[in-house]
Design a protein around this ligand. Structure first.
Ligand SMILES: [Zn+2]
Length: 172
């Protein structure tokens, strides 16, 4: 299996495996086949339709994590869905030809993506967490997704607040 395989039209497996922390610690972050299948579901059911709706790059900063890698990361849960290939942390980038005057701030794009995930009928999710500078989103299966919405307080250091759909849509 090569890391160049496409999980969906805009997402390569390598984007979900790359980790500076893993490299620095000599950790082999290769996912088992089962996790690759979960990453594919995450792409097809959530990330790809999000990419399509926004027309902007969805940049994955952390996808799959082996148990060894996960335990090295501050504030990561022992039961993190990243270890199953069911979650990704992401932000929204600009296309190369975006004029500088048209460039929305990272926060504006993050809120736009957050709303899109919550309201687009083509997108499903198990849990979404809005952080100040990124979004964590997970996907299990259409049948088992819980559609939980959380707001990270103090970047997660102060815990997480549960949001209703209507209150989540009021965040600016
Ligand atoms: Zn995450």
């Amino acid at each position: 299996m090569t890391n160049d395989i496409l999980l969906s039209p805009h997402f390569k497996l390598r984007e979900f495996i790359a980790s500076r922390t893993a490299e620095e610690h000599g950790i082999d972050n290769t996912p088992p086949d089962e996790a690759v299948e979960n990453l594919r579901r995450l792409c097809e059911g959530c990330l790809e339709p999000l990419r399509e709706a926004l027309g902007l790059p969805v940049v994955v900063t952390s996808g799959f994590r082996t148990k060894a890698l996960n335990s090295l990361l501050a504030h990561s849960s022992e039961r993190s869905q990243h270890m199953l290939g069911q979650a990704a942390d992401l932000y929204i980038g600009h296309t190369e030809n975006t004029e500088s005057t048209e460039k929305a701030s990272r926060r504006e794009l993050l809120i736009k993506a957050f709303r899109e995930v919550l309201t687009n009928p083509k997108i499903d999710f198990d849990q979404i967490i809005l952080y100040p500078t990124f979004i964590h989103v997970s996907f299990v299966s259409r049948e088992r997704n819980r559609r939980g919405i959380l707001l990270a307080q103090g970047n997660g250091k102060l815990g997480y607040g549960r949001l209703s759909l209507s209150s989540a849509l009021q965040i600016v």
